[in-house]
Write a protein that binds this ligand. Structure first.
Ligand SMILES: [Zn+2]
Length: 234
């Protein structure tokens, strides 16, 4: 008996607009001091997201429902995007993945609890003591000089993550593995065939990559730790 079942198009495919939104969100910031970066936004004819280290942009018609950029002088955002194309260098993604797979994994931590200042000494750990007509600063009796009623602690969560200290050289610049993993993730989300470097001028200036419909700007890091470099794409 033939028990083979033919799948007739019920497989869930992601809606394209959501795919673009996911790619944007991957690059949004989480800095409380820069709330405008905490979600994707429109500027001029683009949908954009940035965390100040990377920035992604694509045609605004590809993504519905964003709001206009909520910062003063939003054209600063588009002004910082290099318009020129001066490179056509296809990134060897397999070589990068291979190098990253050899990086040792380290323990991942969760932050547990929160740091709450002692109400008596307001975090100083010392208070003024008085004896007859003498005064002197000594350990706060309420917190025993700790200054805090409770403190946050880092607790291993059992997961292993790639040691974020490693780096990857592309052309004349150096990038954190974390940033390159973000590029690979962007490629995966957008289901893009390749990652192509299209712009770079000097070691400490932005690099721009084309990934499917998107462009992604990455800021290189200082080239200091030679022994932390796991692969070099020249
Ligand atoms: Zn105290």
């Amino acid at each position: 008996m033939n028990t083979e079942i033919t799948n007739t198009s019920t497989e869930a495919k992601p809606v394209l607009g959501e795919v673009y939104l996911d790619a944007l969100k991957l690059h949004q910031g989480n800095d409380e001091l820069r709330p405008w970066m905490k979600k994707p936004f429109y500027v001029k004819d683009l949908a954009v997201a940035t965390d100040a280290h990377t920035m992604i942009w694509l045609d605004k018609n590809l993504v519905d429902g964003l709001e206009e950029c909520d910062r003063p002088n939003p054209s600063i955002v588009t002004d910082s995007m290099p318009k020129e194309i001066n490179e056509n260098f296809t990134i060897d993604v397999e070589k990068i993945k291979d190098a990253i797979s050899k990086i040792e994994l380290v323990d991942d931590f969760n932050i547990v609890g929160e740091s709450i200042k002692c109400s008596e000494c307001d975090g100083d750990g010392e208070v003024e003591w008085e004896y007859e007509n003498w005064t002197k600063d000594f350990d706060c009796p309420k917190c025993d000089g700790e200054g805090y009623k409770s403190s946050e602690t880092r607790v291993k969560n059992g997961k292993k993550v790639i040691d974020p200290g490693f780096q990857i050289d592309i052309k004349q610049s150096r990038f954190s593995v974390e940033m390159i993993l973000k590029l690979l993730k962007t490629q995966e989300i957008l289901n893009a065939k390749e990652i192509v470097l299209c712009y770079q001028i000097r070691p400490n200036a932005p690099y721009v990559f084309i990934i499917g419909e998107a462009k992604v700007l990455c800021m290189p890091m200082q080239k200091i730790d030679e022994d932390k470099v796991v692969v070099n794409l020249a």
